[in-house]
Design a protein around this ligand. Structure first.
Ligand code: AHG
Ligand code: MN
Ligand code: MN
Length: 344
């Protein structure tokens, strides 16, 4: 079986000019992932469950593991020399690695160190989401142009899921590959080559408790999923874990759609554009799926703020297109609500 390191190296050979810096960066991420995996597995034993007593920039209470995972990625990327700056869900400002800038580091990383952290104490899969961009300011200090790049500029999107097994899934725009962690020898092995999503799928994932607040287009789509029509395998089945990564990963393997819509009160929804929606959208597209904010392709959105939020409709192409059609027909005003909230 091919290891992640062998795979990264082989990919590098495909681009004759590659210097190996990107391979090093990905390797640094995988090392931090192994440490976080260990901490997640030992959390109950080591007394690192529960809240940290602090809140992050989103005003959300931080779990101890949110803080631990964030520190591990900061350490790995800071020491690794390839990353010039990092954006994290847990840090209000851009984290600038001056030593790496002095060493001409070429990359910018946006990260959600621990996604689904409300699930930590109940033994439900959680994960890490990362996006890698090329630095634009070579030879200069970091600018907002470096950290506010649209998804179309992405070099790599990936996630690690700490589940019944731990997997690292990533794309560099040449298909999606998944590597399962073998804890007995501490290596990631290629287990899911060229992942493709089933279309249409039969799973829909949405926090239906918020139904009353959803746009009419989303309400109609939920009812569409529940209709009896054996010719299209409806009613579909509903699955919602509450960790974007876990819900997405299952839908990627089985076929389905995940929706976190905007509401009148929160027009941009809950998920963050730079380190949740964009990397997942890149993976989705590379697996033959689709990702939109209900109206626009996620990868085409130009970010205005580092912690900007976005609604997310992601999964099997035809399912996302159906939901988008209902949004266009029944909730076109949400496009304006959302655009206005972006400017604010
Ligand atoms: P995080 O733990 O990084 O803050 O992200 C949680 C996100 C996402 O992973 C998940 O799908 C969503 O929040 C769940 O939100 P609801 O509880 O509102 O359904
Ligand atoms: Mn998250
Ligand atoms: Mn998080």
């Amino acid at each position: 079986m091919k290891t992640l390191v062998e795979f990264i190296w082989k990919q590098r050979e495909k681009f004759g000019h590659a210097t190996g810096e990107f391979s090093h960066l990905l390797n640094d991420i995988s090392i931090a992932a192994k440490i976080v995996n260990r901490d997640v597995n030992r959390a109950g034993l080591a007394g690192i469950l529960g809240t940290h007593g602090s809140t992050n920039v989103q005003g959300e209470s931080q779990k101890k593991l949110d803080v631990i995972a964030n520190n591990e990625f900061i350490k790995a990327l800071g020491n690794g020399k390839q990353c010039a700056a990092m954006i994290s869900e847990e840090n209000e400002d851009v984290i600038v690695f001056e030593d790496n800038i002095a060493a001409n580091a070429k990359y910018i990383v946006a990260i959600d160190p621990l996604d689904g952290s409300s699930n930590i104490e109940v033994n439900v899969p959680i994960g890490t989401i990362f996006a890698i961009y090329r630095r634009k300011s070579m030879g200069n200090t970091i600018t907002m142009e470096d950290v506010l790049q649209a998804g179309t500029e992405l070099v790599c999107g990936g996630y690690i899921i700490y589940g019944s097994s731990t997997m690292l899934v990533y794309t560099t725009g040449d298909g999606v590959n998944g590597f399962t962690y073998d804890p007995t020898c501490g290596i990631f092995l290629l287990s899911h080559e060229n992942m493709r999503i089933k279309d249409p799928g039969t799973i829909y994932s949405i926090n239906e408790a918020n139904y009353i607040y959803f746009p009419d287009g989303v309400k109609k789509y939920i009812k569409y999923c529940q209709e009896d029509d054996p010719s299209t395998n409806r009613p579909y089945t509903t699955r919602y874990i509450g960790s974007l990564i876990s819900d997405f990963h299952r839908n990627l393997l089985r076929g389905g759609i995940y929706i976190y819509p905007g509401t009148k009160k929160n027009p941009a929804g809950k998920l963050r554009l730079l380190y949740e929606c964009i990397p997942m959208a890149f993976i989705a597209e590379q697996a033959g799926a689709k990702a939109s904010d209900g109206f626009r392709r996620i990868l085409d959105i130009q970010p205005e703020h580092i912690h900007q939020r976005s609604p997310l409709f992601i999964g099997s192409r035809s399912m996302v297109e159906k939901a988008e059609a209902f949004m266009a027909e029944l909730s076109p005003e949400f496009f304006d609500f959302y655009s206005e909230s972006e400017k604010a």
